[in-house]
Design a protein around this ligand. Structure first.
Ligand code: C2E
Ligand code: CA
Ligand code: CA
Length: 664
């Protein structure tokens, strides 16, 4: 281009010079040759110019061609590199995506959560965990197949979960495994029908079968007795209230039976709780045998049971009670023994209409009490006048309790005489109750009554403490001969309930009386139950005996215990019952019994005392028969502590053995 420019400049310059020359040529035509060369020069220049520009154009063209070829090459290279890079990227992306998918898949499959997706056409996806849990192949559960395995009662809610709009929330449903076992699933519902990747309703479920079972078990436990599996008191009351509500509407009758096994406590004490438990379970089974499935059977506590018969009137209630008593009487084999049971049953029949459950139970209780009073092993149907009688009973209990608080109850003492030396060797402590409203109430009336309630424990503690305190006082006053034993009666109920040894030790410690001054009297029946001495009672008494406390068997001969037990039992004295002593001397049988009882005592190495000596003939006879000691009105009636103290003081002063009986 520079060459061309120069040539063009030269060309235009030459042209201009030529034009200027021709002007001058007009003036100077003579310089023709000059004009001729310039034209030639112009021609050459023009030719050169066009040649140069042609060359330039050619060069340009060739350059462009080269450039384009270069460009194309570059583009091809770039394209290839780009392709490679995108392939690489795509590959990486695929790997990453795959990894992520696998990650989520294994999350879904390995998660214990069960994932089900529902959409058009039923179930569209089930996670592996679902298939595993139910032991069914996935394809069996896809589509509408799944609903076949859902519990019929739950099918509607599962279907609603995926068909209804706004189906978010939770559902619980049951599904059957391959082994026809129902599993409870709790599912969280997420509606992803709008999500184009899912287009379905997702159920995230968890297996809550164990939890449901535990809950059911807890509920069962809260309302059932664990030993017998029967309903408990709470459920019984609830069922009764419901039954009463129904009866108020329908006017149908209903019946409540309450009962109590006779002498169960002794069985428990003597043969142990295992045997007791087995018996209670057996009773539970008997109930099932005599009632209908619609009846409610309940263990209300201890050996107390309740039956609710809906729609039952008097005759059916009586029939059930009869059947029960008959069944109970059939011996049951437990351990290596046969037990025959009996029960006291209280029945209340509600004719229909409005009534309160509390009232019914109370009335059944009253009837039960009446059955017990009449001698057990029977049933009584509630009647109105029973309530009045019970009211008296309740009043009696209240009075006795108050009497104890108010000091109306005192302890009297009756001396016991050594038949060899005539010396007073002890006293028996006997309770006395003087009630301002009832007057003198004999212990034969209030002791058995107190044994029916917890009052016996209060009375027992009172007499024990008071007797120890009084004896310790006499001892301090120096009027007690030695040896001397103050005997306190202990009831069977106290023994079977336990805690006597603790009570005795407490009384001795509190009063400072040495153990050897105290004796405990108990009847054979109190320590021997169903032919056996309770291990615990025996251990408790042995413990006391080891400490020096004396033990006597009261009313000996009236129980039916075998002598064998006594040999293993820490006994120091047997008290021949008054009923035998009465006939001694004139009644051959009584004489024979008293003789053999005294002999028996001696054979066992213990002493015998004759109770209830009222005459000198009796005294002579029992002495002849070998009794060691005697007690009775002939010597002294039970007297107050004060009076007894005076007698003891007099005897110490005279220090001569008692020749004449103390005036009654
Ligand atoms: P028990 O243990 O056989 O007491 C002897 C009973 O015979 C006493 O009657 C006594 O007063 C009476 N008695 C004594 N000598 C004669 C007599 O020569 N002729 C007659 N007919 N009776 C005589 P009590 O005091 O009425 O006691 C009756 C029962 O009450 C006692 O019989 C005993 O089982 C019970 N008892 C009395 N005090 C207590 C006590 O503190 N605790 C316990 N658990 N029971 C007691
Ligand atoms: Ca006694
Ligand atoms: Ca007695």
């Amino acid at each position: 281009f520079a060459q061309e420019g120069r040539l063009v400049t030269d060309l235009t310059g030459t042209g201009a010079a030529l034009l200027a020359g021709s002007h001058r040529a007009v003036a100077a035509t003579a310089n023709e040759s000059l004009a001729g060369t310039q034209l030639h020069r112009l021609e050459v220049l023009a030719a050169l110019t066009s040649n140069v520009s042609l060359n330039a154009t050619r060069t340009l063209g060739a350059d462009t061609d080269r450039n384009i070829a270069h460009l194309i090459g570059l583009q091809v290279v770039l394209g290839i590199v780009g392709l490679l890079i995108s392939l690489l990227l795509a590959g990486a992306l695929i790997v990453v995506t795959r990894r992520q998918t696998a990650h989520f898949r294994s999350l879904v499959t390995s998660s214990t959560d069960l994932v089900l997706v529902f959409g058009v056409g039923g179930c569209r996806y089930v996670s592996k965990s679902v298939a595993d849990m139910f032991g069914r192949p996935e394809k069996e559960m896809l589509g509408y197949g799944l609903i076949r395995f859902v519990h019929p009662d739950d099918q509607a809610s599962v279907e609603a979960a995926w068909t209804q709009n706004e189906s978010a929330g939770e559902i619980v449903f049951r599904m059957a495994t391959r082994f026809k076992e129902w599993r409870h699933l709790e599912a969280h519902i997420t509606d992803l029908r709008e999500d184009r990747y899912v287009r379905g309703v997702v159920l995230n479920a968890r297996d809550i079968t164990e939890r449901v079972r535990l809950e059911e078990e807890l509920t069962h436990q809260a309302f059932h007795d664990s030993l017998t599996g029967l309903a408990n008191r709470a459920l019984f009351r609830d069922r009764l209230s419901q039954a009463l509500a129904r009866s108020a509407r329908s006017a149908d009758p209903l019946t409540v039976l309450l009962f109590d096994l006779d002498g169960f406590k002794q069985v428990n004490d003597t043969f142990g709780h295992d045997a007791g438990d087995q018996l209670l379970r057996r009773v539970g089974q008997l109930f099932v045998e005599v009632t209908r499935p619609s009846d409610t059977l309940a263990r209300l506590g201890g050996d107390e049971f309740g039956i609710l018969l809906e729609g039952a009137d008097n005759p059916r209630a009586a029939a059930v009670a009869d059947r029960l008593l008959t069944k109970l009487a059939e011996p049951v084999h437990i351990g290596d023994r046969d037990f025959a049971l009996s029960a006291s049953i209280g029945i209340v029949v509600h004719a229909g209409g409005v009534e309160e459950s509390e009232v019914l139970i109370r009335h059944a209780d009253v009837a039960l009490y009446a059955a017990k009073q009449e001698g057990r092993n029977r049933y009584k149907v509630f009647e109105d006048d029973m309530a009045r009688e019970l009211h008296d009973v309740l009043g009696f209990e209240q009075d006795l309790r108050l009497g104890l608080d108010r000091g109306e109850i005192t302890v009297h003492y009756q001396p016991e005489i050594d038949l060899d030396t005539q010396a007073t060797v002890g006293v028996e402590a006997l309770l006395r109750w003087y009630s301002p409203t009832r007057g003198e109430v004999p212990p034969v009336q209030f002791i058995p009554f107190a044994e029916g309630s917890s009052l016996i424990h209060l009375l027992g503690e009172f007499v024990l403490h008071e007797a120890c305190r009084q004896t310790a006082e006499w001892r301090r006053e120096g009027i007690l001969p030695e040896p001397f034993v103050t005997w306190v009666n202990v009831s069977g109920k106290q023994l079977s309930d336990g805690g006597v040894s603790v009570l005795v030790e407490k009384a001795l410690r509190a009063t400072g009386l040495p153990a050897t001054f105290l004796g405990l009297e108990m009847t054979e029946t109190a320590i021997v139950t169903q032919g056996v001495v309770s291990e615990r009672v025996s251990a408790e008494l042995q413990e006391l005996h080891d400490k020096g406390v004396h033990i006597a068997i009261d009313d000996f001969g009236t129980g039916f215990s075998s002598i064998g037990h006594l040999r293993r039992f820490p006994v120091d004295l047997i008290k021949v019952d008054r009923s035998f002593v009465q006939g001694v001397g004139h009644n051959l049988k009584d004489t024979a019994i008293t003789t053999s009882l005294a002999n028996l005592a001696h054979a066992l190495g213990v002493r015998a005392i004759a109770e209830g000596i009222e005459s000198s003939e009796q005294l002579q006879s029992v002495r002849d028969l070998g009794c060691d000691l005697a007690q009775g009105f002939l010597f002294a009636r039970p007297v107050s502590a004060n009076a007894m103290g005076k007698v003891l003081a007099e005897k110490r002063d005279s220090s001569s053995p008692l020749e004449e009986p103390v005036p009654a």
